[in-house]
Design a protein around this ligand. Structure first.
Ligand code: RIB
Length: 307
C-alpha cells in the first residue's frame, strides 16, 4: 500500500449553481447555494485514500466550525491528521459558481492555508513516506521547504502547480513528477494547447528542461504521460454527462498516485485515474464527488462490457 504525505490546502467550498457565469459588474440570480468540503490538497488526499493508499495530511485550519467540519470529514476518510495545525485565521474558503455545462469559476481566500509555515514543515517526520504530494494553494516558501526536505530524505515529490497564478517556477527543479492541466501547461511552456499534439510539444519542452515525468490532463480529450525514458502514453477520457467539474483534476491525481505508487502498472494507473475523475465530474461538489475504489472498478467493468 502506498504511503502518501499531502502538504496542502483544505477549504470550505461555497458553491452556487448559475445558468451562466456573470460578466464583470453584473449581478445575476443564482439557484441553490451549498457548502462542500474541498481544497486541492484535501481533495487529493481523499482521492488517494478512497483509492486504497495510506494518507497523512499536513496544513492549516482555522478554529471556526468550517475547520471542525473539514477535520471530521478527513478523519472519516481515514486520513492521519497529526500534522494538521490550528492557525489564527479563518479556514480557507473557495467561492465557486457552476454553470449549466458543469464548468466552474473559483475565488480562493487562503486564510489558514496561508498561515501554515516553514517552521511547521521542519517538524514533519518524513520517515516511511513513499511520496509527497504538493499543489499551489499554500505559501510558495512552504512548498520550497518541503521540496528541500524531501530531496534530503530521497522522497519523490509529485507536484500539481494549481492554481498556476503566482507559481514559483524554480520549484520545478526538485520535482520528480509534474501533473498539470492544459491551462497550467500553456502557462509553463508558452505553447497554446488545443489537443494532444500541442500538449506533446509542451510536454517535450518541459522534459528538455529536466523534468523526469509529467502528465498533462486535457479534460474531455484525455491525458498525456511523458518521461525521460521516451515513454509516451495517451489515455482517452470516458464520455460522461458533466454535473460539476470541481475536483475532477484532484481526483485524477490522488487516484493515480495511490495506484501507481501502490504498484499498479503505469498504463492501468492512468486508466483507473481517468475513470475516477469521470465519476467525479458526474456528481456535485468536491470531496462529495470523489469515488471509492469499488465504484471505479464497477465503472471500468461497465465500460468494458459496453465496448
Ligand atoms: O480543485 C478544486 C478545489 O479548488 C476546490 O475544492 C476549491 O476548494 C479549490 O481549492
Amino acid at each position: 500500500m502506498a504511503k502518501i504525505l499531502v502538504v496542502g490546502s483544505m477549504n470550505m467550498d461555497i458553491v452556487t449553481q448559475v445558468e451562466r457565469h456573470p460578466v464583470p459588474g453584473e449581478t445575476i440570480h443564482g439557484n441553490e447555494t451549498r457548502f462542500f468540503i474541498g481544497g486541492k490538497g484535501a481533495n487529493q488526499a481523499v482521492a488517494a485514500s478512497r483509492s486504497g493508499a495510506s494518507v497523512a495530511m499536513a496544513g492549516g485550519l482555522g478554529t471556526d466550525s468550517f475547520g471542525a467540519d473539514i477535520r471530521k470529514q478527513l478523519a472519516e476518510d481515514g486520513i492521519d491528521l497529526d500534522y494538521v495545525s490550528e492557525q489564527p485565521a479563518m479556514t480557507g474558503i473557495a467561492v465557486i459558481t457552476i454553470d449549466q455545462t458543469g464548468e466552474n469559476n473559483i475565488i480562493l481566500s487562503a486564510g489558514a492555508n496561508g498561515k501554515y509555515g516553514e517552521d511547521e514543515v521542519d517538524t514533519l517526520d518524513l520517515t516511511g513516506f513513499d511520496v509527497i504530494l504538493l499543489q499551489n494553494e499554500i505559501a510558495q516558501a512552504v512548498n520550497q521547504r518541503v521540496l528541500e526536505k524531501a530531496a534530503m530524505a530521497h522522497i519523490p515529490v509529485f507536484l500539481n502547480p494549481a492554481p498556476i497564478t503566482g507559481f514559483d517556477h524554480t520549484q520545478l527543479n526538485n520535482v520528480s513528477f509534474l501533473i498539470l492541466n492544459e491551462v497550467e501547461a500553456e502557462e509553463l511552456s508558452g505553447i497554446r494547447i488545443d489537443g494532444i499534439s500541442e500538449a506533446l510539444q509542451a510536454g517535450k519542452q518541459m522534459l528538455e528542461a529536466g523534468l523526469p515525468h509529467l502528465i498533462i490532463t486535457l479534460g474531455s480529450k484525455g491525458s498525456l504521460y511523458l518521461d525521460q525514458a521516451g515513454t509516451q502514453i495517451e489515455t482517452p477520457a470516458f464520455s460522461v454527462d458533466a454535473v460539476d467539474t470541481t475536483a475532477a483534476g484532484d481526483t485524477f491525481i490522488g487516484a493515480f498516485v495511490a495506484k501507481y505508487i501502490g504498484g499498479t502498472p503505469l498504463n492501468e494507473s492512468l486508466r483507473y485515474a481517468t475513470a475516477a475523475s469521470a465519476l467525479a465530474v458526474s456528481a456535485a461538489g468536491a470531496q462529495s464527488s470523489i469515488p471509492s475504489e469499488d465504484k471505479v472498478h464497477e465503472f471500468l467493468q461497465r465500460v468494458e462490457l459496453i465496448n
